[in-house]
Design a protein around this ligand. Structure first.
Ligand SMILES: *Cc1c(COP(=O)(O)O)cnc(C)c1O
Length: 384
């Protein structure tokens, strides 16, 4: 992620000798995929989150696919999901044979999956709800879980932004039926690739566990340990395993996660202090309590400011910026699908406005509050 042409890259990792040593240890051990390091990472992750079961996966997209399958989604089912998310959240629904039905966000200030819009978009065919704790801030889980409970359907949490965030004392990702995390190189816990699913439900756990590795009933590691000689295959699935190298890096990062998140939160606080109240600028979450983990730093430009030009002015000062996110329902592939009842264009007025105006500013654990103030100054100058 380190890009030397940027004075302030959008994202960066914070590695030291501990990650390096973890990788060397795996190489020396000679066991490279889903063995003792992966098992140790799963145990530590479950402990950290306060959840019964954790399964490491190849990435968060595959974690979401396992979650969608475990939630019982199948052909003909509708799954409600926000459009303001990374495309993988919706793709996982399509992989499972379901049809994504897009829900709007609550407001420009709280761009989180809206319970009210979920309620409006539910139909008799709705079989699951996927929420995204965007930027690390928890959705209104009480209202969303109440809607799901009425219909006896599962809520899957895409907690790719929210590892270390809490909702009423519980870790984000452990509030609904299944939570999914990403350990991609720009995420709060960075291992290059990798993901995890977590649940308190033994039945869902068993379902996801067999589907993570070819639908097989035993693992290569079990057979190496002499626990079994053969296996059965229960379902046609894929290989979503985590390599040991990834698990070792992820375990080293998990041990530092709270301090990495504290640094991100400090930087976010400095941004909010500088930018909240700037004329015409909307700064999402400015009035929310700090959630514990902040993943990205979005601001919405005043309606008259042309975004590409603004991003060019930041670039000229060595500041990388981005857009989280181009909305999923606008992508060509999604436009070509017949989504929802009668294939109508989804009504997502807040998501549309948000996506038109949003710019994300650099945020990573190597930054300081001073860096954020420096960038905020350029932002203010670049608005005019
Ligand atoms: C990063 C991300 C994903 C996908 O994660 P991968 O590990 O890259 O597959 C899914 N959802 C959200 C919200 C993300 O930010």
């Amino acid at each position: 992620m380190t890009q030397s042409q940027w004075r302030y890259p959008l994202s960066d990792v914070s590695f030291d000798e501990r990650e390096a040593q973890a990788v060397v240890d795996v190489i020396r051990s000679g066991w490279l995929s889903m063995g003792p390091r992966t098992a140790e990472f799963e145990t530590r992750l479950a402990e950290y989150l306060g959840v019964r079961y954790a399964l490491a996966t190849s990435n968060c997209t595959t974690a979401l696919h396992l979650a969608i399958l475990a939630a019982g989604v199948g052909p003909g089912d509708e799954v409600i999901v926000p459009s303001l998310t990374f495309v993988a959240t919706a793709n996982a629904i399509l992989y499972g044979g379901g049809a994504p039905v897009f829900a709007d966000i609550e407001s420009l200030e709280r761009p989180l999956t809206s319970a009210a819009d979920i309620a409006r978009k539910m139909t008799p065919r709705t079989s699951c709800v996927v929420v995204v704790h965007y930027a690390g801030y928890p959705c209104d889980m009480e209202a969303i879980l109440a809607l799901a409970r009425e219909r006896r359907i599962a809520v899957v949490e895409d907690a790719a932004h929210a590892i270390g965030s809490r909702y009423r004392g519980k870790a984000c990702g452990t509030v609904g039926a299944v939570g999914c995390y990403s350990f991609f190189g720009n995420k709060n816990l960075a291992a290059g690739e990798g993901g995890a699913v977590v649940t308190d439900d033994a039945r869902l756990f068993d379902h996801m566990k067999t589907r993570r590795s070819h639908g097989m009933t035993t693992l290569t590691w079990d057979r190496f340990k002499g626990h079994s000689f053969s296996y059965d295959v229960l379902a046609l699935v894929y290989n979503y395993r985590m390599p040991e190298l990834t698990a070792a890096v992820a375990t080293a990062q998990l041990a530092k996660l709270d301090s990495l998140n504290a640094r991100r939160s400090e930087v976010a606080r400095a941004y909010l202090g500088e930018l909240a109240g700037v004329d015409g600028l909307v700064v999402p979450f400015a009035r929310e309590p700090a959630p514990g983990a902040v993943h990205v730093m979005p601001v919405l430009l005043p309606p008259g400011v042309e975004r590409a030009g603004f991003m060019e002015r930041l670039k000229a000062e060595g500041i990388q910026s981005s857009i989280h996110y181009p909305p999923v329902h606008r992508f060509s592939h999604y436009r070509s699908l017949t989504l929802g009842p009668a294939g109508r264009e989804p009504s997502l007025p807040l998501t549309e406005e948000y996506a038109r105006r949003v710019v994300t500013l650099p945020l990573h654990p190597k930054m300081t509050a001073e860096d954020a103030r420096d960038i905020a100054d350029v932002v203010k100058r670049s608005l005019g």
